[in-house]
Design a protein around this ligand. Structure first.
Ligand code: CP3
Length: 338
């Protein structure tokens, strides 16, 4: 049985307090992150292995979390398509030349994951030399990744993506196939370099109706999971829209389901088989509350999850950049001292 509480929980065999880490733990709320970010663009930070490794280690050193998540982004996998990805201050990711139709899909260049994304492998190998906790690798779910490439920027309603599904579902499937194949190769590379768990971020599938959710989101996550099954690396699915979709992940047999904050953790624990670990699902805005409220809230949930062998404490989405480090520290310490 794995010794580390995070890996033990992913195998639903944890006996002590739950492990804790946070989505976006290596981010802008940390002054140490902002100091490094002043000297580099976000993409430079991802590409420069020493810098990416240093940022990955920050929350382990500063907060003592039980797992590290690789410092990278779900959109890096799209860089080799050369559609002009950049991250703009106050706007977020932008593609100068979004992909909008069948012709654009046919023209996407092929690439070698090892060559084009080799910097990610190198960062992982660097980290493996001295990281004291398990390392989580990650990728976006094909639908979520595709939606950024299509919209060209963060969107309120994924209008262009959803229009395309109705207009020409075949070419949309072809795009998802291509992204899913690269995602499998990319996650394989991360696992082989030493990532001990993988998380798939499906941030936008909650925009799809049930039929479209099955054929355009879940189907491709299934493909990714099946393409990695032989590696025996635990895989966590994070999905927004957990209240609607959480149980639909069960047939895909992920190691863990990471729930957003809109669903009832305890109720879902009753419905999701105990071979599947649950992760989450504190409201990220809890970190704006007074420290005592954070403590109370965390302890109350942990009480309900007591003696649960497959539970990882985390937020229901990423940490907001303007929360205080004290709030995050209180959250982590409360779990660790429980
Ligand atoms: O600490 C960690 O969680 C590890 C690194 C990580 C980042 N992004 C770094 C990042 C991870 C796991 C992600 C995932 C990611 N990226 C998702 C899925 C999770 C989610 O938030 O729903 C998505 C949708 C993205 C795409 C993305 N990257 C957006 C929309 C943005 C801009 C919005 C924002 O939060 O700033 C980014 C930028 C980004 N990715 C930053 C970081 C630390 C901020 C970059 C900066 O310093 O300006």
């Amino acid at each position: 049985m794995p010794e580390n509480p995070f890996l033990a929980a992913l195998h639903c065999k944890n006996h002590g307090r739950p492990p804790v880490w946070l989505m976006r733990q290596a981010g802008r709320y940390l002054p140490e992150y902002r100091a490094i970010r002043e000297r580099h663009t976000f993409l430079e930070m991802c590409h420069q292995c020493e810098v990416a490794a240093e940022v990955t280690r920050l929350p382990v050193q500063i907060l003592g979390v039980d797992a590290a998540i690789l410092f990278a982004d779900i959109l890096l996998i799209l860089e080799p398509f050369k559609r002009g990805l950049r991250f703009e201050e106050g706007v977020g990711p932008l593609f100068e030349r979004p992909v909008r139709n069948a012709e654009d899909v046919a023209q996407l260049p092929s690439f070698s994951v090892e060559e084009s994304l080799g910097f990610v492998e190198k960062t992982i190998r660097l980290l493996k030399k001295d990281l004291t906790v398990p390392l989580i690798g990650f990728a976006g779910a094909p639908f979520t990744v595709a939606s950024y490439l299509i919209e060209g920027r963060s969107s309120q309603d994924l209008k262009k993506t959803r229009q395309w599904i109705y207009r020409d579902p075949e070419s949309f499937h072809r795009l998802l196939e291509v992204i899913a194949d690269y995602t499998i190769a990319y996650l394989r590379m991360q696992a082989q370099a030493g990532a001990q768990a993988l998380q798939i971020f499906d941030s936008w599938a909650n925009f799809l109706g049930p039929q479209h959710f099955h054929s355009f989101s879940r189907h491709y996550i299934q493909k990714v999971l099946d393409g990695l099954r032989d590696l025996s690396v635990p895989i966590i699915i994070f999905a927004r829209g957990s209240s609607m979709h959480a149980e639909e992940w069960i047939p895909l047999r992920p190691s863990a389901i990471s729930l957003d904050w809109t669903c009832d953790l305890v109720q879902l624990r009753r419905k999701i088989p105990h071979e599947i670990c649950l992760q989450g699902n504190f409201d990220p805005f809890l970190l704006y509350a007074p420290l005592e409220t954070i403590q109370k809230n965390v302890l109350s949930t942990l009480k309900k999850m007591k003696s649960e062998k497959g539970y990882i404490a985390n937020l229901g989405h990423g940490i907001s950049p303007d929360v205080s480090v004290d709030a995050v520290r209180t959250f982590v310490d409360t779990v660790k001292n429980s």
